[in-house]
Ligand binder design. Structure first.
Ligand SMILES: *[C@@H]1O[C@H](CO)[C@@H](O)[C@H](O)[C@H]1NC(C)=O
Ligand SMILES: *[C@@H]1O[C@H](CO)[C@@H](O)[C@H](O)[C@H]1NC(C)=O
Ligand SMILES: *[C@@H]1O[C@H](CO)[C@@H](O)[C@H](O)[C@H]1NC(C)=O
Length: 382
């Protein structure tokens, strides 16, 4: 009896081992060669892996692989992983006609890992004012997925975007571009829920992490941000019928030499919408221009902004707790809410922000925050 069981167990293990082996699709078996365009091989390997009824991986081995714009799409028959060990390099701006260089879409149970990198070769693109430049990686309608241990470098516009995603974890990422590279947001998340961004280093020329409308249950933890524009919710209220923001927590992060720390921004004259349950805690600010900021009169510095009626984006249930360090400007706490829909249930606790050139100040409009512990600079009556 015991013998029969163990023979069964062993043959089962052998079958599993065989399936696992059969489930790896190396792009070199599909014709990929270093220094040659890997797109066709990548698409062929993905296509077969995607049809595989058991979990499979597509491997890109070490080496430099130029890659034309590519869309890798599901649904797949089983979970699928891309193991990127090599370095993918983007072609010039003119060779990428859409807003994305590499797209993963409609996949459930996806993993991207492997220690390799994607290099957007973006320096040629930062000079143009065109705002439809391609992102390095777009994840559209991707569920139950993990993106970990990869580098994204010098995108022509955003490094990564998430749209329509659910249950995704981004961890141990290295996101790099120069501080003066235009619009190179690290990770832009919109219309998505249950997203975690953990243990990552983001140095870039725009927001380290930014949020569009329709996000809920988001956790950002252990991120170092800088250079860059900080972590930004919004700008909200540009379009009619934006979906609510419900539940974003940013904790245990360090901001160095960034233009903002944590920011919520909405356009003036915006149609009504909601942003609630946003919590910022255990943050270190090193030489940050605007460490804590709500700006409901946001105006892009590149645009001329005529006076407009107040924003109708309703901000509520916001907390800023245990935030310390240095501000590069004297206004260390700026909470400018909408005169038409004042912010509600804003809580400040244990804040200590200094300014080299003198006393730090706070600037408050249209809110009455609850304060706990020491708040430096003190917040006066609004
Ligand atoms: C992702 O999840 C959503 C909501 O649960 C579902 O409607 C969608 O079909 C899923 N997408 C994939 C690719 O499985
Ligand atoms: C979220 O995705 C991970 C990775 O695929 C998976 O292990 C986990 O079960 C998923 N969680 C839920 C609630 O579906
Ligand atoms: C801060 O960032 C700016 C813009 O990227 C850069 O020029 C400057 O050298 C940085 N300063 C420090 C102290 O890192």
């Amino acid at each position: 009896m015991g013998l029969r069981l163990s023979i069964k167990a062993i043959s089962l293990l052998l079958i599993l081992a065989h399936v696992a082996e059969g489930g790896d699709f190396d792009v070199t078996k599909y014709g990929a060669k270093p220094n040659c365009d890997v797109k066709q091989a990548l698409m062929s390997a993905w296509k077969e892996a995607c049809l595989c009824p058991t979990p499979s991986t597509v491997t890109i081995p070490p080496g430099v692989f130029p890659c034309s714009p590519v869309v890798l799409e599901g649904p797949c028959k089983a979970p699928i992983g891309v193991v990127l060990k090599g370095n993918l390099k983007a072609p010039g701006l003119a060779q990428i006609p859409t807003d994305a260089w590499i797209v993963f879409q409609k996949v459930n149970g996806f993993t991207l890992s492997g220690g390799g990198s994607v290099d957007g070769m973006g320096a040629d693109a930062w000079k143009t004012k065109n705002t439809k430049r391609p992102a390095n990686l777009r994840f559209n309608f991707v569920n139950n997925s993990v993106i970990t241990d990869i580098t994204t470098k010098d995108p022509k516009m955003f490094h990564m975007t998430v749209l329509g995603g659910s249950n995704m974890t981004f961890a141990k990422l290295n996101i790099i571009a120069p501080g003066d590279s235009h619009n190179t947001d690290g990770l832009h998340i919109a219309r998505s829920n249950d997203i975690k961004v953990l243990d990552s280093k983001i140095a870039t020329g725009d927001d380290c992490v930014s949020f569009g409308d329709g996000v809920s249950r988001i956790l950002i933890e252990k991120i170092t941000c800088g250079p860059g524009h900080g972590i930004s919710i919004g700008s909200l209220g540009k379009y009619p019928n934006e979906q609510p923001i419900q539940g974003i927590t940013v904790k245990d992060c360090t901001f160095s030499n960034t233009t903002n720390g944590v920011r919520i921004k909405t356009w003036p004259g915006s149609p009504p919408s909601i942003a609630a349950d946003m919590h910022f805690e255990d943050l270190t600010m090193k030489e940050v221009s605007n460490p804590i900021i709500i700006d409901q009169e946001y105006c892009d510095s590149n645009l001329k902004c005529p006076p407009k009626p107040p924003s109708q984006v309703k901000i509520s249930k916001v907390s800023f707790k245990n935030i310390h360090g240095s501000s590069l400007t004297d206004v260390a706490i700026k909470l400018v809410c909408s005169k038409s829909v004042p912010c509600q249930e804003v809580e400040l606790g244990n804040i200590d922000l200094t300014f080299k050139g003198g006393a730090a100040k706070s600037l408050l409009t249209a809110l009455k925050p609850t304060c706990n512990g020491k708040i430096i600079p003190a917040v006066g009556p609004a």
